[in-house]
Design a protein around this ligand. Structure first.
Ligand code: B12
Ligand code: SF4
Length: 485
């Protein structure tokens, strides 16, 4: 490039678009997997209406990943953000670069979008969990790949963009140092689209190794902390724009007791309401439980998975022994915090007797919102490889796109202890007993706090699990007749 051209190129502002891709199934608006195929008009309209409600009501929080990227400031670059759950794709404008986050369950729509931009001559960069775990499968769909956590790589990439020297790959050499302060801005968000925009992450990485989870695969086993001061400042500045509830997105908000105690004691005077995810071990730490309650914690999602130790151990989950679960959950609720209890029915030690055990446990502990999931083998996790080796996956191990993360609407593998024609009726029977309007109202009435949210979640689950039962029965019928679902 001649000098004059180079100077001109450096002066030009580069416009970057970051796109959040909606999953085609799952919590982005669960709909029947064969939507429209065999249903009547009324049923179809109901599904479509409920899908819209689900999308907006409970899960509509902005993606922190793209907020972090959009907050990186490089002179000569303007970044904009498009959330395909709510926004139209701004195709009428010129973009120098389009960044798309790829989740494993939404790889296909992400690739289709990338192809659309590339056909129009726009350069596309792919990043996120799937690009990190399977870069080779993403390479042909992108001009640039970002492999790993992009907090620092994004700055380098944007600087390269301004200097017209974009590389084809930016790969994380070490995990970003979270002790550096990287303020996250919300200026790119349309605040009204979301349930709340107060999403905060205080730590990354997970010391545990549950074999169905990709967090330790992507973020490593060492827990990295953000400075307490930086998190407190972020919460204060978030409050200036949006005073709604805070979501602490950490996989385990009590992973480091001392850090959590300091952080939430410091947050208590701000009088926020917050929800997060914790282990049941919190119930055995009355001091931390009290700090959480005083700092405004309204609800915690706890990963119970199975109520049988042999099942959890078969999946490398050792940190929540079955005999302590009920006691801990009761303690959390007694502290005034609602419990979202997340089960996975069908793990390797589970027999059909587990259905009744889960039902009794929900009644005994008073869990406010139960979530009874089916195992989702995610490509790149230990359980995916093991099930593939054991011949128990229902799709080919290389056909990643077949592994949809629907709302418990299809089986993706064969349970160890039960054939599918025993397991599916056992699962659908369980969800039909647990998720009824009567139970939704009862759970809301006796919830320690956030009663309308408990009612909303449980009511939506009545619909979502009915969708699950309908699709699972269809899958069972199709498998019986040898047809693909
Ligand atoms: C909060 C959360 C949700 C929330 C909100 C999601 C949202 N809209 O943001 C809800 C409940 C809605 C949700 C839904 C789902 N989730 Co979720 N979720 C999470 C959780 C706990 C935190 C996500 C987060 O914000 N992380 C913090 C950010 C900073 O990290 P990050 O996303 O990895 O981003 C970094 C890099 O990946 C990279 N990056 C990310 N995107 C991009 C894009 C570009 C262009 C570039 C360059 C880089 C880049 O840079 C970022 C900064 O370092 C994660 C676990 C985790 N620890 O990440 C699971 C997780 C992302 N979820 C997961 C799953 C499976 C789902 C569902 C499919 C569940 C379902 N059955 O429906 C849906 C998918 C919906 C969707 N389209 O996103 C899996 C994804 C697995 C995978 N390999 O893809 C995870 C990893 C959990 C797990 N146990 O494995 N989820
Ligand atoms: S499921 Fe939770 S505890 Fe287990 S590895 Fe994943 S993030 Fe860690």
């Amino acid at each position: 490039m001649r000098l004059a051209e180079r100077v001109d190129s450096m002066d030009r502002n580069r416009s970057v678009l970051l796109v959040f891709v909606q999953a085609s199934s799952g919590v982005d608006g669960a709909a029947s997997l064969d939507a429209g195929a065999t249903k009547g008009l009324l049923s179809m309209l109901k599904d479509r209406a409920m899908s819209g409600v689900i999308k907006r009501a409970q899960f509509a929080i902005p993606p922190l990943s793209l907020m972090i990227l959009a907050s990186v400031e490089v002179p000569g670059v303007t970044q904009e953000f498009c959330d395909l759950r709510f926004d139209r794709l701004p195709l009428d404008r010129h973009w120098d670069l389009v960044g798309i986050g790829v989740q494993t369950g939404a790889a296909r729509p992400a690739f289709e979008l990338a192809a659309r931009f590339r056909r129009a001559g726009t350069k596309v960069v792919l990043g996120g969990p799937y690009a990190t775990i399977f870069p080779e499968r993403c390479r042909e769909h992108a001009d640039v790949l970002v492999i790993g956590e992009a907090d620092d790589l994004w700055k380098e990439l944007l600087e390269d963009l301004t200097a017209d020297r974009l590389k084809t790959e930016y790969r994380q050499k070490a995990f970003p140092d979270l002790s550096l302060d990287r303020p996250v801005s919300k200026s790119m968000l349309d605040i009204g689209s979301y349930f709340t925009t107060n999403v905060v992450q205080t730590t990354r990485g997970c010391p545990f190794s549950c074999d169905f989870c990709s967090v330790h695969v992507m973020n490593g086993h060492r827990l990295r902390h953000r400075p307490v001061d930086a998190v407190v400042r972020e919460v204060e500045s978030s409050l200036e724009k949006d005073r709604r509830i805070f979501f602490f997105l950490d996989d385990t908000v009590n992973a480091d007791d001392a850090y959590a105690a300091e952080l939430f004691s410091r947050l208590a005077p701000l009088k926020i309401r917050w929800v997060g995810q914790s282990t049941t071990a919190l119930g055995e730490n009355p001091a931390l439980l009290d700090t959480f309650a005083r700092s405004g914690c309204g609800a915690l999602l706890v990963g119970i998975e199975s109520l049988a130790d042999e099942s959890n151990h078969a999946h490398h989950k050792f940190h929540n022994p079955a005999d302590r679960q009920a006691r801990c959950i009761k303690a959390i609720r007694q502290a005034g915090i609602c419990v979202y209890g997340s089960f996975i029915y069908g793990l390797d030690g589970d027999t059909a007797a587990m259905a009744a055990t889960i039902e009794e446990f929900i009644t005994e502990t008073g869990i406010d919102v139960p979530g009874i999931n089916l195992l989702r083998p995610i490509p790149g996790t230990g359980v995916f490889d093991r099930l593939a080796d054991e011949g128990r996956l229902l799709h080919g191990r290389d056909d990643h796109e077949a592994f949809r993360f629907s709302w418990a609407q299809e089986m993706l593998y064969l349970p160890k202890q039960m054939p599918l024609d025993e397991f599916i009726p056992s699962y659908t029977g369980l969800t039909s007993r647990v998720f009824t309007i009567g139970n939704a109202v009862q759970r809301a009435l006796r919830a320690p706090t956030l009663r309308s949210a408990v009612l909303m979640f449980n009511s939506l689950y009545v619909h979502m699990y009915s969708l699950s039962r309908r699709d699972l029965r269809k899958q069972l019928a199709a498998l019986g007749s040898g047809l693909a679902f």
